[in-house]
Design a protein around this ligand. Structure first.
Ligand code: UDX
Length: 445
C-alpha cells in the first residue's frame, strides 16, 4: 500500500514539501498550529509568493475541482498520528533574539506535540535546519515519549525561495541521516521518482546529514562574500568585478554561480545559518574552525553600509537631509515576497534613519515591507518611486527593473543618478538615456 505522509509546519518549506509529495503520488496530510494558514491552504491559497506553488496545490488539495484530492490540511495532532507512516517536520529555526544561536523552540514543540500521538509504527523525518547534535537529542525524545515503534531520520532541505517547487521535485541531491536500513528503505521509497530521474541519494549518519546543510549554506555565503571582497578591491584599484567574476568563473573548479557582487546576501537562511553554525562550533569547542565565517558575515554587512555611503555621495556628500531616494526592490532576492534580513530594506531603513526621504517599490514584497518598516515611503510603481528622486538605488534584481525604460524614468527623476546594487542593469542603456550609472565594484566610467 502507498505510504501516507504528513508534513508538520506549512511555511515555504512545509507547504512546498506537502504539495510536492502529493505530486509524487502520496496521500498527504499537512499540519500547522496557525488555523488561518490551514484555512488558506485548504482553499488552495498560498500564504506567501512562490512561483508555481499555488498551481501545484490546486492540482492536489482535496475539494478543489479537478484535483487529485491527495492533499489535505489539519490542525489536529491526533489526526496526524493516526494518518502517517512518514512524518516530515518542516518548522522554522530562526535566529535567537540577541544571540547567534538558532531558536529551536518550534522544532522542540513540534516533537513534543508529535511524540505522544505516534501510536503506530512510523518514521519521523526532520527537515528543519538545526544545529548538529539535535537529531540525536530528538531521537531520544521520541524513544521516551512515542508509544509506537518510531524511528527518526534527518533529511535536510536545500530548496531556494523562488525555485522551491522545482528544487523539491527535482533536487540536486537527497541526503538522509539514518540509523537503520528500514529508515533508508522508506526514504528511498519516498524519493523514488527524483532518484530514478537522476538525483543522487546520499546515505549518512545524523551529524553528517545535519552538517551538510549548514556546510552548504556556509560555502555559498563564503562565495558571495569572496566576490564582494573582490568588489572592494576593484573599487579601490579601478577594476571591474563583473569581468573578474566572469573570468574566474570559467575555471570549472570555481564555477560562475554565486559570484554576483552587490549588496550581498540576506533572507531567512544564509545569514542566520552561518551565525548558528559559529555558535554551535563554539559549543563544541572548535570555534576557531569557523572564525572565517565572522569575516564572511562582516564583509556582507559592510556592503549594505557601503551602498548607503555611495547614495550619500550621489546626493551631495554630507547628508541625506531634504534628499529623495528611490529604492527599487524590497525583497532579499527576486521572485519572492520574503523581506527577512533583506539588504534592500536594510539600506532603505538606514537612509531613512539618516533623514533621507525614501520611497520603496517592489513587485511582490510591498505588503511584507510595509509591515516591517511602516515608516518608509512606498510607491505603487517603479515610475512613481523614481518621481522627484535625487538618486535611484537598484537593490533587488527583479526582471521588471531590468526592463524599465531609463528614458521615461529620466523624465520624472530629479537627478539622473542610478546606483546598481546588484550589477544587473544594462549600464549602456542607462548611460545612453543620460543617467550617471554607478555599480558596486566597477569603474566609475
Ligand atoms: C539559500 C540556499 O541557496 C538554499 O540551498 C537553502 O536551502 C536556503 O538558503 P535562499 O535563501 O532562497 O536559499 O536564497 P539564495 O538564492 O541562496 O540567495 C541568498 C542571498 O544571496 C540573496 O539575498 C541573493 O540576492 C544573494 N546572492 C546570491 C548574491 O548576493 N550573489 C549571488 O551571486 C547569489
Amino acid at each position: 500500500m502507498a505510504l501516507k505522509i504528513t508534513v508538520i509546519g506549512t511555511g515555504y518549506l512545509g507547504a512546498t514539501h506537502a504539495a510536492a509529495m502529493a505530486e509524487l503520488g502520496f496521500e498527504v496530510l499537512g499540519l500547522d498550529v496557525v488555523p488561518e494558514k490551514i484555512e488558506m491552504l485548504s482553499a488552495g491559497k498560498v500564504p506567501m509568493y512562490e512561483p508555481g506553488l499555488e498551481e501545484l496545490l490546486a492540482r492536489h488539495v482535496a475539494g478543489i475541482e479537478g484535483s487529485s484530492g491527495r492533499l489535505r490540511f489539519t490542525t489536529s495532532w491526533e489526526e496526524i498520528g493516526e494518518f502517517g507512516d512518514v512524518h516530515f517536520v518542516c518548522v522554522n529555526t530562526p535566529q535567537k533574539h540577541g544571540e547567534y544561536a538558532c531558536d529551536m523552540s518550534y522544532v522542540d514543540s513540534a516533537f513534543e506535540s508529535l511524540a505522544p500521538v505516534l501510536t503506530r509504527t512510523a518514521l519521523v523525518v526532520g527537515k528543519s535546519t538545526v544545529p548538529v547534535g539535535s537529531a540525536e537529542r530528538l531521537a531520544a525524545l521520541l524513544a521516551e515519549k512515542a508509544p509506537g515503534d518510531v524511528e527518526l531520520a534527518w533529511n535536510p532541505e536545500f530548496l531556494r525561495e523562488g525555485f522551491a517547487v522545482q528544487d523539491t521535485l527535482h533536487p540536486d541531491r537527497v541526503v538522509v541521516g539514518v540509523t537503520s536500513e528500514r529508515a533508508e528503505k522508506l526514504l528511498r521509497e519516498v524519493y523514488a521518482t527524483p532518484v530514478e530521474e537522476g538525483s543522487p541519494f546520499v546515505v549518512t549518519d545524523y551529524p553528517t546529514a545535519e552538517l551538510v546543510k549548514t556546510a552548504a549554506n556556509s560555502f555559498l555565503a563564503t562565495k558571495i562574500s569572496f566576490i564582494n571582497a573582490m568588489a572592494e578591491i576593484c573599487e579601490a584599484a579601478d577594476g571591474d568585478v563583473v569581468k573578474l567574476a566572469e573570468a574566474i568563473g570559467h575555471d570549472e573548479r570555481i564555477g560562475k554561480k554565486f559570484l554576483r557582487a552587490g549588496v550581498g546576501f540576506g533572507g531567512g537562511c544564509l545569514p542566520k545559518d552561518i551565525r548558528a553554525f559559529m555558535a554551535r562550533a563554539g559549543e563544541l569547542g572548535v570555534d576557531q574552525a569557523l572564525t572565517f565565517l565572522r569575516e564572511v558575515d562582516s564583509i556582507n554587512m559592510r556592503r549594505r553600509g557601503h551602498m548607503v555611503e555611495l547614495a550619500r555621495d550621489a546626493v551631495g556628500g554630507d547628508s541625506f537631509l531634504g534628499k529623495r531616494v528611490a529604492v527599487l526592490g524590497a525583497t532579499f532576492k527576486p521572485d519572492s515576497d520574503d523581506v527577512r534580513d533583506s539588504p534592500a530594506l536594510n539600506v532603505a531603513g538606514q537612509i531613512h534613519l539618516q533623514g533621507g526621504q525614501v520611497t520603496v517599490y517592489d513587485p511582490k514584497g510591498m505588503e511584507n515591507a510595509r509591515r516591517l518598516f511602516p515608516t518608509l515611503g512606498y510607491a505603487e510603481s517603479a515610475l512613481d518611486a523614481v518621481r522627484g528622486a535625487d538618486v535611484v538605488l537598484h537593490l533587488t534584481e527583479w526582471r521588471e527593473f531590468r526592463e524599465l525604460d531609463p528614458a521615461a524614468l529620466g523624465e520624472v527623476a530629479s537627478s539622473r543618478i542610478v546606483l546598481d546594487g546588484r550589477n544587473a542593469l544594462d549600464c549602456g542603456k542607462w548611460r545612453e538615456a543620460g543617467w550617471t550609472y554607478r555599480a558596486m565594484g566597477r569603474p566609475r566610467a
